[in-house]
Design a protein. Sequence first.
Lengths: 240, 113
Amino acid sequence: MSTLFSRNAILCATAIAIGMVVFATSPNVNAKPIAFAEAVTMMHERDDTMVSTEVYYAPKVWWSLGIADVKMTSENNQHEMDAKYAQFNFLLKRWNMPNAQANIFASAGFGWADSVKQGVTGVMHPGHNVSQTARYSESARRFVLQGDYETRQFYSSFKVDVQQTPLFYDRLDVGQIGFSPVAHDYEDLAVWFIAQVKKYRGMTDKTEGGAFVRLFKKNIWVEIGVTERRKPQMMFMVNY
Amino acid sequence: MKNFNTLLASVTLAAAVATPAFATPKTIQIGLDGLVCAFCAQGVEKKMKSQAATDKVFVSLEKKVAVVALKDGQDIPDATIKAEITDAGYVVKSIARSEESFDALTKKIKASK
C-alpha cells in the first residue's frame, strides 16, 4: 500500500512539475467562454492531442467574441491540423439559485484550417514503402455546446466540441465531475479535484479518463492533471 | 436686504432645529443568488465599482452578499443596483442600507454564522 501510495504520489508530483514547467499551455477542459460582463478572458490549454489558445471579450454577460487557435494531432501523429477561428460565444441560459448556479453556453467559430496528413501510398520495392504527405488549407467551422452545474463544493459539466472542414470532421465530448473539500470564499484559494471522461471521434477515436487538480483564486484558474494513459493535461485561464 | 438676511438665517436655523438628522447611508448590503465562484464575485465587484457613488466593494460567496461602501453623501438607487446586478448575470434578493461603516459591516458579516 505504502509502495503504491508512494508511486502515485511520485506520479502526481511529476505531473504537477511537468505542468508547472509547460504551464502556459488544453481545449478539452470545460472552462467557461464568458466569465462576466466587460471582461477579457484568456485561456490556454494543452493535452497530448490538442493545444488551444483562446481570447474573448464579453461586452455583456450573455455573449462574447474573440479568436481561437486550435492545434490538433492524431494519436498516430499522421494528421495535424491548425485551425484559427473567429468565435462567438453565447450564454443561452443561466439558473441562479441560492446555493448553486447552472449555465448552458453555445459557441460558433468560423475560420481557416491548415492540415498536414501523412500516409503510406504504395510499395516501391519489397520492404520499401513510399509515403506521401498531403498539405491543404480549407475553411473550417467549429460548434460548441457546453453546460455546467456548480455549487461552492460540487462541480459538473459537459461539453460537445465539433470542428469541421470540407475534408475533415472531429468531435470531442467531455464530461467532468468534481468536488472541493472546502467551501471557499472569494479571497480564498479554491482547490478542486476533478474526474473527466473524454470521447474523441474523427482525428483520433478513443475514450479516455483523466483526473486533475483545479486551483482557482480571484481571476486566475489553473488545472493540472493526467490522463489515464499518464499523459499530462493542463489549462490556464485569466480574466480581467 | 438686512431684513431678508435675518429672515433667511432664522428660517435656516428653524429648519435645522425642527428637522431630524437625516440618516445618510454609508453602506449598502446586497443579498444575491447564484454566487458560487470567484468569477461571479468578480463580475459583481466590477459592476458595483463602476458606480460613481461607490468607494469600495466587498463580496462574500459564503454569505451570498455584496457590500458597497458609499462615498460621503452619495447613494445608488435600488433600480440601478438591480439593473447592474442583473446585467452582471445575477439575481438581487435584498437591498439594505446602513449607517454602519464598511469595515464594521464586513467584519460583522464575516463573523456571522
